[in-house]
Every structure is written in C-alpha cells, then in structure tokens.
Design a protein around this ligand. Structure first.
Ligand code: NI
Length: 167
C-alpha cells in the first residue's frame, strides 16, 4: 500500500469528469487500497479517485467512529434522493475550509463492490452527505461549488494565497 498525494483546490484536475471503471481488476484493487490508506492517514471520512489524480469512478468512505466500516464503491450512482438537510462539510482537497451545504437527507446509491458485484446502499445522516459529496467529486464538483459565488471567491482567493506561500 502507498500514500497518495491529494490534489488541492483550485487544481483544475478536480474539475474533470471521472470515467467509469470498465473492469474491476488488480489495478482497481490496488488503487482502492491506496485510497483507503490515504483517507485514514489524512484523516478523512471519504476520498474520491479524482482527488488523487486517478480519473476513475471510485470512492472510499468510512464515517464510523471506530474507523472500521470501510465502504469502497465503484461506479457509484445516486438512484433515489429525498428530503433536504444542511450540514457543515469539509474536504481533504480544500484544507481549512468548513461550510454549510444543503443536500438530500436520504439517498439510495447503486454501485459495484470490490468483488465486482452490484450493491445498493440506503443512507441518511452523515453517510448520505458523505456519499453525495464523494459522488460529486466524480463529476468534477466540489462542495464549494454549492456555495454562493461570493463565498466561492473568498475561498478561492484564500486557497491561492496559501498555495503561493507553501508551493
Ligand atoms: Ni471532498
């Protein structure tokens, strides 16, 4: 396993649309392993492949307190969404920023598991928010894209300043 470098906003690669995983093979498993290790090390509760410059539709998520409920989802899709809620979110690609985002309260997600078999997850609460956030990444959308233009400009200026100072 290996720790992967996490791209940081406003890196334009985070805006790219990820492509579906055509076949779950050894490379897919290795990427999933490395992403899980990188997420736990950060530490974070979710990580999408585009955040580590791998433009594939793959996410890892673990919202458990004990950090022992890893979910690896390949080609995940939200097939049902209902309700509305607001939660404070952050992102490993946008360090130091926490903002309230409005999302669906409940979602049903269809995906392939690491064994290549289809699975469905019904989620609410933090898991529902996390799944929507990670699946957004696969479509080149960051949580800050849900904020007002004014707020986005403030965050972008802050991020650019930080990158200038730290390389
Ligand atoms: Ni994120």
């Amino acid at each position: 396993m290996a720790l992967l470098k996490i791209l940081e906003y406003p890196d334009l690669r985070l805006k790219d649309m990820a492509v579906p995983v055509a076949r779950v093979d050894r490379e897919t498993l290795r990427l999933a392993d490395d992403m899980a290790e990188t997420m736990y090390d950060a530490p974070g509760i979710g990580l999408a492949a585009p955040q580590v410059a791998a433009g594939q539709r793959l996410v890892v998520v673990d919202v458990s307190d004990a950090r022992n409920e890893l979910l690896t989802l390949i080609n995940p899709e939200i097939i049902v969404r209902s309700g509305e809620e607001e939660m404070k979110e952050g992102c490993l690609s946008v360090p130091g920023v926490l903002e309230t985002v409005r999302r669906a309260e409940k979602v049903t997600v269809r995906a392939l598991g690491l064994d290549g078999r289809p699975l469905e997850i019904e989620a609410d609460g933090l898991l529902a928010v996390c799944l929507q956030h990670e699946i957004d990444h696969l479509n080149g959308t960051l949580f800050v894209d849900h904020l007002s233009r004014l707020r986005q400009n403030v965050i972008r200026r802050k991020a650019e300043k930080r990158l200038r100072h730290h390389g």
